[in-house]
Design a protein around this ligand. Sequence first.
Ligand code: CA
Length: 228
Amino acid sequence: MRLLIAEDERKVADVVARGLRSERFAVDIAGDGPTAWRMMNEVEYDLVILDLLLPGMSGTEVLRRLRKKGSSTAVLVLTARAATADKVENLELGADDYLTKPFAFAELLARVRALLRRPPAGRGHVVRVGDLEIDRLTQQVRRAGKKIELTSKEYSLLEYLSSNPGRVLTRTMIMEHVWDESFEGLTNIVDVYVRHLRSKVDDPFEQKLIRTIRGAGYSLGDDSEDPA
Ligand code: CA
């Protein structure tokens, strides 16, 4: 899952980002309103943690634009403003939850999880591809009923592939979704992790679900369901 933190207090943003990254989320940070709005138009975030008092454009304005666009990205408003009128205004504009500063990270995390638990329209939190089952809530993966242990990046990669079954995902798309902007590393990192993932999810089984599309990228699918 990929999250955006729109927060101009760098210290707060860094602490929250570090905590969320250790919980297997890919996290980007925007330090002002216009940057947050631009990033939300470039990346489809699963959730945005939105400070209200942002330079350039208020969090309220960012939220208003986001909902006007029809986006259903979950929004958790984070602010020092505790007035009831502010809370009501933002909830009416389409914020999903509200947390007042100062806050404990544990509470933020609990609220983030609660919001992500609400399934996007028409989809539950368990994704099935063939005999592979991914529970997006508990982050447990099973194949043919057997539990598979994955590292956090392997899990994120599998979750992203499974959220677009049958679709070819390029290395760039995978990089952008699974690794956040703080990542600087090998360009073949995607191939390396796909190999790791295959060794656990595909190698022990006869039917292979992760497909390499030469010159394009990867796709996850159950071949037996494909029309001949
Ligand atoms: Ca602020």
